[in-house]
Design a protein around this ligand. Structure first.
Ligand SMILES: C[S@@+](CC[C@H](N)C(=O)[O-])C[C@H]1O[C@@H](n2cnc3c(N)ncnc32)[C@H](O)[C@@H]1O
Length: 268
């Protein structure tokens, strides 16, 4: 199954609404915020920085960027009108924040018009990440910063033993929601080939142990992918979701994924 995010504007609006809820659930997760703030704090934001987030979804990351010290303006761009409507609603009280509809591979912005470009959990969903990175390069000023943060989805697991049936949901989730699960592993070479000076990649472990939260949505979405693909029936899909909830209720849940951040600058 193709990645839903890769063709998001063609996806049924009711499905986009459900994904908007998941994006805001993740934005509210303290550990996710910690990872975001950890890599943002490594960027030398120039005074009055103009910042762009490509693939902003409902705007959780862009809201953080708008309120980051030294940032004078934060702009988010995304192809989904449903996500952008939510982003505008949630960000209406932040004066230096705005959103535009568009594709990261053909940005509607002038050359050298931003100081920092952030691409947060978006690049693995976009066919032609090289085109996306080239556009980030074009709109960045000299000495501007690119920050890419993404899941190393090949590491994602919820298994607590051999042949754990819930692990099939994780594989299905990756099929239905991640265009390139290996992207992180070729990011340094790819970003460098677009002309950037690349800093060392950092790993950020995300674990849910005992009670489940965001990763339970992977089981739900993976079970739905298996159902839609005709691999299982509705009853089994519900049983897999219930098994995950039961583990969480019994304090037996486990889920882990390694995320990675990579920073790069545009040379003089
Ligand atoms: C997992 S979401 C991440 C959203 C946001 N960065 C966050 O962390 O909350 C991936 C986003 O990529 C967007 N996207 C998909 N294709 C895109 C493209 N060609 N250009 C820009 N954004 C795209 C989707 O609409 C979606 O909002």
């Amino acid at each position: 199954m193709p990645d839903l995010y890769a063709t998001i504007s063609e996806v049924d609006p009711s499905v986009q609404e459900r994904l908007a809820v998941v994006l805001e659930m993740r934005a509210a997760d303290a550990r996710q915020l910690e990872m975001l703030e950890s890599y943002l704090s490594e960027i030398n934001f120039p005074p009055d920085a103009r910042v762009l987030e490509i693939g902003c979804g409902t705007g959780g990351v862009t809201r953080t960027l708008a309120q980051w010290p030294g940032v004078s303006e934060a702009v988010g761009i995304d192809p989904s009108a449903v996500f952008l409507s939510k982003a505008r609603e949630l960000g209406h009280a932040i004066p230096n924040l705005s959103f535009e509809k568009g594709d990261g591979r053909s940005l509607p912005f002038d050359d050298k018009s931003f100081d920092v470009v952030v691409i947060h959990t978006t690049m693995c969903h976009v066919p032609d990440p090289e085109g996306l990175t080239a556009e980030a390069y074009r709109v960045l000023r000299q000495n501007g910063w690119l920050a890419v943060f993404d899941g190393d989805y090949a590491t994602a697991t919820i298994a607590t033993g051999d042949c754990d049936p819930l692990e099939a949901c994780i594989h299905a989730f990756r099929d239905g929601f991640v265009h390139d699960k290996w992207l992180v592993r070729r990011l340094p070479a790819m970003i460098q080939s677009c002309g950037f000076d690349v800093k060392p990649m950092r790993s950020h472990g995300y674990v849910e142990a005992g009670t489940g939260s965001y990763l339970l949505t992977w089981i739900d979405r993976g079970a739905d992918v298996l159902l839609q693909a005709g691999r299982i029936g509705a009853e089994k899909a519900e049983a897999l979701k219930a098994e995950a909830r039961q583990r969480s209720d019994n304090d037996n849940w486990f889920g882990h994924i390694a995320f990675a951040s990579i920073l790069a600058t545009k040379p003089e």
